[in-house]
Design a protein around this ligand. Structure first.
Ligand code: THU
Length: 129
């Protein structure tokens, strides 16, 4: 499938506006392309009990999976509060769970330019049962 990286990043940017991050004041948005071709958005959702916070990537992935998606092709991540925003370790593991035969592509914006990397660059030797 031809991946529209810019569209995915625009989705992440739009979603970051919905961020609920009163504690860290660090907004994050994510755009997830599923194997069906549909794009899902997500933002970070913090909680007064800090450890309950859900990252933007996991929010978007859960939306996709709960809508019946089985596989994820690409994930774009954006924060208006950083020059670039890489996925945390927990999100990398969750992405890896839904990787199909082709490696998930991870899109970030580094100083205004799109950076496209493979899942294995972020999580080599990932764990899967
Ligand atoms: N955050 C994400 O949403 N995604 C990441 O991959 C990194 C961290 C959020 C969690 C928390 O709300 C805020 O960024 C600061 O850690």
């Amino acid at each position: 499938m031809n991946i529209d990286y810019k569209l995915l990043m625009d989705t992440a940017k739009e979603a970051s506006k919905m961020s609920y991050s009163p504690f860290s004041r660090f907004a994050v948005g994510a755009g997830v392309l599923a194997a069906s071709g549909k794009i899902y958005s997500g933002c970070n959702v913090e909680n007064s009990s800090f450890g309950m916070t859900i990252c933007a990537e996991r929010c978007a992935i859960c939306k996709a999976i709960s809508e019946g998606e089985k596989e994820i092709l690409a994930v774009a991540i954006y924060s208006p509060n950083a020059d670039s925003c890489n996925p945390c370790g927990a999100c990398r593991q969750v992405m890896y769970e839904f990787q199909g035969d082709n490696e998930i592509e991870i899109i970030t914006e580094e100083m205004g330019n799109l950076e496209i990397k493979k899942m294995s660059e972020f999580l080599p030797f990932g764990f899967k049962i």
